[in-house]
Design a protein around this ligand. Structure first.
Ligand code: PLP
Length: 361
């Protein structure tokens, strides 16, 4: 198998030894052993700290997308109103997902290099459209931007919108996520980004209001939230939990909490600032607009002149570096450095930037 010494893809990230070790055990059946419940409980409380919430955390076997679908399907009836605030590929996609299940979706879309700025437009939409749910993405990974969720949360609270749905898949652990302070009802996360684990676990915080809605909607399906309400208390999960996956997710959360959340945020911020500064010095242009908040976990850069994405990607790989391309309308125009989790490492990012500098010279 071809491996690369300088992995910079914005997920899945390079796995730390503690996460790999968590996979090296013949665990028993998670359905039978009380020890699994202890691990589950510990992982849930670690994730509560990382998401800044006292709300229950549901841990599911699957990738981050599972949590995104699960929360929508479990909380929406056809015809329910959803205000989708979109500043990128994921924000627009979540609106489309809600439409696909029959929700009445109103989108407030910004160009993908911007972050939420005009709160008055959103406020007017909340007042007029009266959504049941507002959806938004914290870190738009394909754009390398970070949206201000606190202000949206204040509006949600003021106008008593029942549900605020926040995709924090690529920010949780690398940037402050304060669900309770921001009035977030459904906060979605995944294992393979800042938590430096495998792409096999999804998790989400569920507020009391959201549980009440889940009960009313009573959605039944493999991705349903409802059976998780009593699952840990009754030791009766809707399917066999992935013990290896929970153990490695737990190891990822422990690494961050042992480092200290604030230290982890500072590490991500420091590496991101260094990365942006060096790229600017090389004459490359960052993708986010000047007044848009760049994400501390991923940097999106405009393709250097004279390269197509396949050529650039192939040349970087010859030098041992793998970066991310981008998606949707940004495909071929933007490349990305994922400095999240284990990859928020000054030395690693320094080597990556060294390769880029050599290749574009
Ligand atoms: C990665 C990502 C997802 C999806 O996670 P997968 O693990 O790839 O399913 C969702 N939202 C955002 C913002 C992401 O960066």
């Amino acid at each position: 198998m071809q491996t690369y010494p300088i992995p910079m893809v914005p997920g899945p990230v390079k796995l730390p030894q503690a996460v790999l070790n968590a996979y090296q055990t013949n665990y028993g059946s998670a359905d039978l052993e009380p020890e699994f419940l202890e691990l589950h409980h510990k992982t849930e409380s670690n994730l509560q700290m990382i998401l800044g919430t006292k709300n229950r955390i549901v841990i599911q076997s699957g990738e981050g997308m599972l949590a995104l679908w699960s929360a929508l399907k479990s909380c929406l009836f056809p015809g329910d109103r959803v205000l989708a605030v979109a500043t990128g590929v994921f924000g627009d996609g979540i609106g489309d997902m809600a439409s696909s299940m029959g929700a009445e979706v109103k989108k407030i879309s910004r160009p993908y290099d911007e972050t939420i700025s005009d709160m008055s437009e959103i406020e007017a939409a909340i007042v007029k459209f009266k959504p049941k749910m507002i959806t938004v993405v914290h870190c738009e990974t394909p754009s390398g931007t970070l949206n201000p969720i606190a202000e949206l949360g204040r509006l949600k609270h003021r106008y008593k919108t029942p549900l605020l749905y926040v995709d924090a898949v690529s920010s949780a652990g690398g940037s402050p996520v304060l669900c309770d302070e921001w009035h977030v009802d459904l906060c979605l996360g995944g294992s393979q980004k800042c938590l430096s684990s495998l792409p096999d676990m999804a998790f989400l915080s569920v507020s009391d209001t959201a549980w009440e809605v889940v009960r009313q909607v009573d959605y039944v399906g493999y991705d349903a939230l409802k059976p998780f309400h009593n699952a840990p208390a009754e030791h009766y999960f809707p399917y066999t939990p992935n013990w290896h996956g929970v153990a490695s997710l737990n190891a990822g959360t422990e690494l961050i909490l042992n480092e200290g959340l604030d230290d982890s945020f500072a590490r991500h911020e420091g590496v991101a600032a260094f990365c942006r500064k060096k790229l600017n010095e090389m004459g490359l242009s960052l993708f986010p607009a000047l007044d848009a908040e760049p994400s501390p976990t991923v940097t999106a850069v405009k393709m250097p002149h004279g390269f197509t994405w396949p050529e650039f990607d192939a040349t970087l790989r010859q030098h041992g570096l793998v970066v991310g391309g981008s998606f949707g309308p940004l495909a071929g125009k933007v490349f990305r450095l994922g400095h999240m989790g284990t990859q928020a490492d000054m030395e690693l990012v320094g080597r990556a930037l060294g390769v880029i500098e050599k290749v574009i010279a």
